[in-house]
Design a protein around this ligand. Sequence first.
Ligand code: PBG
Length: 335
Amino acid sequence: MNSTVLSQFPVARPRRLRQSPALRRLVAETRLAAGQLVLPLFVRAGRKLRQPIAAMPGVCQLSPDELLREASAAHAAGVPAVLLFGIPERKDEKASGAFARNGIVQQALRLLKKELPSLLVITDVCLCEYMSHGHCGVVQTGPRGARVLNDPTLKILAQSAVSHAEAGADIVAPSDMMDGRVAAIRAALDAAGLAETPIMSYAAKFASAFYGPFREAAESTPKFGDRRSYQMDAANAAEALREVALDIREGADIVMVKPALAYLDVLYRVKAEFGLPTAAYAVSGEYSMIKAAAANGWIDEKAVTLEGLLALRRAGADILITYSAVDAANWLRDG
Ligand code: PBG
């Protein structure tokens, strides 16, 4: 709004509209609803297994039976979607577990789609959990050290995405940050007769220290080096817009900004510039910070969590990916 508009319509008493909860609700510009939430879940082989993640209180690696329980609870709370990550029994240098017909994510998909057909299941498409070295792509070691190869990685990513969609994934979500992966995945899905499967691309994914606790959860810490040669530099917002533009041109249906709270400017610009359905991922470190401060009695977990999610909505996010999805859905319902 420019100053001319302001001078034409002076509001001398903005407090007039803040007098009661009902009035404040009536004029709220932004709303949070359970239908916007996505709950990330970690699945690994086993039975009756709930392996807690130390740095993420309340989050566990789950065996498929427990995953079903957790997903049912989320569904019952009004959360429309889960985002699946798999921890395979064996890792290798080809990420075989990522596209195995009977891989852990593929098994979990069949179970969830059979038992909870109306729950949306989104799958993270990446290789880091399946690679013995923990990188998101194929690694080549040479005289100048190890490099993550772009194009050989695309084939494996595309194969993984197709195997997820064949096992029932409602949306596939590539998080690897290789160049050209959305196009490669779109082409492979289309060729496999899966033209209706949408792609939610982690379009602006930054190399972030906020992923620390996740790497314990997904057992995906790189054995050497870091992810800075493929994930984005935290200094760059204009580049993030170019990354998003590329993914849209390649066929992304939904674009994501990740992490969330430290990148609100990027989120705002992505939504304003492209207007596509836009997701924000409140990552593991964001969750852990709130949990730790709340456990110390330093902040109010519910109020801080909801305020953070509302900020994502205000900045332009349509879809909120958060480990607090079930709590948030319950808080929103109970008021
Ligand atoms: C896989 C992936 C990561 C996250 C989501 N997908 C980790 C990483 O890139 O190292 C992070 C999620 C979180 O921190 O909650 N590439």
